[in-house]
Design a protein around this ligand. Structure first.
Ligand code: MIG
Length: 826
């Protein structure tokens, strides 16, 4: 592909949508001329000069590629990690009108005249079909496919999108863009994940367009009976995920593009940021501020002013005279320090990173070899070519100093990349990237620039600290970026509208493969009211990244900035986060293995309940908790559309029958949370930072299952920060709970894995118990009853909380089988 030659064209269409093109310019696949059924279950259809390749990678996963010229480009992807698939059983049948490629769960039909593709499930229910008029098409360098759009199908996903969760009827673009103070309808934003889920009649399928150029999805805005997606250049190259559950779509998608590595546990603690804490004195004041007020916090960030003239990998020695000493002192007080790093390297012949970058040819250049430079914070800068493995290795080795100083978190900003004072706001589109030897334009590499920066950062720091888990946070990314980094939603605004947007952006990112998400709590730009800050912080308890941040011109956003009443509320909120850490850590461990994110839209968690599709102000966090944050000013009550089944109010223990809308109290100090019947929710004591003390006691709150079902969960724990879990140093144990008339029985299995926490107590909380136990037995031995006040100090005992109808039993954790039986009156 000769992108350089296309520069005038690419620039010209930068601000126009490809939909502005006249239909007449599009050429679609014509009639079939021939086909071959090649190796690897690849069906290749020839139609004129064009070929269409259809390949079954798994029973429920099919890849489709189009080449208008008949030659497919070398098969390389920045997103995909799984390229070897166990061959599936697939066969081809042919009749006059069509070819059918069948796997165990899909029938892929290729119509012959003209060539159009349709996906049916194994019982021949139609899932997805090309538009008969257009189908797979091209126009100049552009490629696009039109699909029929059933009236009852709804779409969500598309990565970082701020508007309504359901994107049906909208047009979205993928082009990483730095847009401070964006609005709900601003598009595109910082991250590009060209993936979506389609919901119809309780089932889901998914599509991933793996093309790094500017891409767009018109989900029925142009016309109500067709949707389309395509790219400005490159290949029409998409993956079809058959589902039928949204979970199975996301599991496959993340198998294809990779999953989030398990984060260090401290990264799930509360994090405090501002642009900037500019001196050692100020950083320490902030740290003191948390400890003195007994508000938990794990991480403090240093924004751009810690550097010497914004030179990456340097310190401002006047304001930070001795970084290792400062960081060491803060570490003793339980704080981890994270620093911002931007891609722009100041053009300055006396600056080490510029010298070594230039000498090693690590920066991007124009086709004629001139160094590309653009203005960002440091002034005129050169930009590392993160698409080159050599440049990534160079970038990574630059972290040696900061790692030695004790820095633990790596905040990658401005990596869309953002460039000041140019109309395109980014690197010139004809600038050349290595692209792993292919040498292609910025137009093709723009959307992966940020992702490859996070990769270079993670891999570099990991090489320097091979035994520690690495925490990277990014603003820009592409599909699969979760392999390297957590993500936040950029420069939002301190407004109620933005609070709702933050939730929807986190949900969209979550269902697009990125589970480790959060927004600037309080809003980056502007001063929130105390109430807005407190409500935002409450939502933050259930966003995996919980970080408050503020722009330079606005007031501080530490949790004590809003007066005594709010300080107390905010402490309570952050305490709640720490109390839930074992649950949050378990949901993140699950995401790292299965790709299923902690934050889930109700539609994702309960696809059979179609009415829930439109509730985008309520979400599931993990398998057990439904969170209904307050997103409006002055509200002290809110409506919640509960999914079917029984739900318990986390605060009052009242139970509700779901499948209907209820109103729930939401006083200022309370985040409405519901627990699903049959849930087992691990919790711990409140700490001032995540590793202040070992978990003790570890509490399992058990909510009555519906009927006499057995419920179970597998609890996961490890040392929280090293890589040893990969070698089996973790602890997994399953809990089973059965509730029959008059008897509660909970069994904890023996432990799997070789990690063992220090000796500690377990508390089992049996919710929804109508009467006090007659006896409680632990592996056959009687457990004594203790008073409520004696319970917290007791090593073993039980207590009945009549108000809340909860039986609490304390025991010391033993690594072998534990069976606890409580007999109650029937
Ligand atoms: O041009 O480093 O989104 O979080 O505080 C602004 C300063 C650059 C943008 C980030 C924001 C950060 C700010 N940065």
């Amino acid at each position: 592909m000769h992108f350089a030659a296309l520069r005038p064209l690419l620039t010209a269409i930068l601000f126009t949508s490809c939909l502005a093109k006249l239909d007449a310019q599009w050429q679609s696949l014509g009639n079939i001329d021939s086909y071959r059924w090649g190796s690897n279950h690849e069906l290749v259809i020839q139609s004129g000069t064009a070929i269409l390749s259809v390949r079954a990678l798994a029973d429920d996963l099919v890849r489709v590629r189009l080449s208008p010229t008949g030659s497919l480009a070398p098969d390389r992807s920045w997103a995909i990690v799984k390229t070897e698939w166990t061959p599936v059983k697939a066969e081809i049948t042919e009749d006059v009108d069509r070819l059918v490629l069948s796997t165990r769960s899909l029938n892929v039909v290729v119509l012959k005249k003209p060539v159009r593709i349709a996906f049916y499930d194994s019982s021949w229910t139609l899932l997805n079909i090309d538009d008969s008029l257009r189908g797979a098409s091209w126009a100049g360098t552009e490629v696009r496919v039109w699909k029929k759009m059933p009236l009852d199908e709804e779409y969500l996903g598309f990565g970082e999108k701020a508007g309504r969760l359901i994107r049906t009827g909208t047009h979205v673009t993928m082009w990483n863009s730095d847009i401070p103070g964006y609005a709900a309808d601003t598009d595109p934003l910082y991250q590009s994940i060209p993936f979506f889920l389609a919901f119809q009649k309780g089932r889901a399928h998914g599509i991933f367009l793996d093309n790094t150029c500017r891409t767009s999805f018109d989900m029925g805005k142009e016309s109500r009976d067709a949707y389309s997606f395509g790219a400005e250049a490159g290949e029409l190259n998409y993956y079809f995920f058959a589902g039928p559950s949204p979970r199975s779509v996301l599991a496959r998608f993340t198998e294809l593009v990779g999953r989030m590595p398990l984060p260090p546990r401290w990264a799930l603690g509360f994090q405090q940021c501002r642009w900037s804490y500019p001196t050692e004195t100020r950083v320490k004041e902030i740290a003191r501020g948390f400890r003195d007020r007994k508000i938990p916090c794990d991480v403090i960030y240093l924004d751009i002013d810690y550097m010497d003239g914004y030179r990456i990998f340097t310190w401002n020695r006047k304001n930070f005279p001795d970084p290792p000493r400062m960081i060491g002192e803060l570490a003793r007080d339980g704080f981890k320090i994270a620093v911002i790093v931007d891609p722009g390297i100041k053009v300055d012949s006396s600056y080490g990173a510029f010298q070594s970058g230039l000498a090693g040819n690590q920066f991007v250049r124009y086709p004629d070899g001139r160094l590309y430079t653009g203005k960002v914070w440091p002034g005129v800068c050169a930009f590392p070519d993160f698409t080159s493995s050599k440049a990534r290795a160079w970038w990574g080795s630059n972290f040696a100093g900061l790692v030695r100083d004790g820095i633990r978190g790596w905040w990658n900003d401005m990596n869309e990349p953002s460039v000041f004072d140019v109309p395109t706001k980014t690197i010139d589109l004809d600038v050349i990237h290595d692209d792993e030897g292919i040498r292609s334009t910025h137009a093709k590499n723009h959307n992966i620039y940020g992702m490859q920066m996070t990769r270079a950062t993670r891999e570099g720091v990991q090489r320097l600290t091979p035994d520690e888990r690495v925490f990277v946070l990014t603003r820009a990314s592409y599909a699969g970026g979760q392999r390297y980094s957590a993500a936040w939603t950029g420069d939002n605004v301190a407004s109620w509208e933005h609070l709702g947007m933050a939730l929807r952006m986190c949900l969209n990112l979550s269902v697009s493969g990125q589970p480790f998400v959060g927004s600037d709590i309080g809003g980056f730009i502007g001063n929130p009211s105390g109430e807005l800050f407190s409500r935002w912080l409450q939502l933050g308890v259930f966003t995996p990244l919980m970080r408050a941040h503020s722009e330079i011109r606005w007031k501080n956003k530490e949790p004590w900035e809003y007066g005594e009443e709010y300080t107390d509320i905010n402490r309570k909120t952050i305490n709640l986060r720490y109390r839930f850490l074992p649950y949050i850590y378990n949901t993140m461990a699950e995401a790292s293995v299965t790709g299923i994110p902690p934050m889930q839209p109700l539609a994702f968690a309960f696809p059979a309940e179609g009415r829930l599709l439109y509730q985008d102000d309520v979400f599931m966090f993990g398998p057990s908790l439904l969170v209904a944050p307050v997103l409006d000013d002055g509200l002290r009550k809110r409506g919640v559309e509960l999914p079917r089944g029984t739900w318990y109010d986390f605060w009052s223990d009242s139970s509700y029958d779901g499948g209907r809308r209820i109103d729930i109290d939401a006083p200022l100090d309370r985040l409405p949370i519901f627990v699903r019947a049959g849930a087992i929710v691990p919790q711990q004591q409140v700490l001032q930072y995540s590793d202040e003390a070992p978990i003790d006691p570890l509490t399992f709150s058990i909510y009555p299952p519906a009927g006499v079902d057995t419920v179970s969960m597998t609890y996961y724990e490890d040392d929280g920060h090293t890589m040893k879990y990969r070698g089996g140093e973790f602890m997994k144990r399953s809990l089973r709970h059965v509730r029959a008339a008059g008897i509660l029985e909970t069994t904890l299995s023996a432990c799997e894995g070789s990690y063992r926490p220090p000796a500690r107590s377990l508390v089992l909380e049996f919710h929804g118990c109508n009467s006090t136990p007659v006896t409680v037995e632990l592996s056959g031995r009687t457990v004594p009853e203790v008073s409520a006040s004696a319970f917290s100090d007791a090593t073993a005992g039980w207590h009945f909380d009549e108000g809340k109808k909860v039986i609490r039993v304390k025991l010391s954790e033993s690594m072998s089988h534990i069976t606890l039986r409580a007999k109650t009156r029937k």
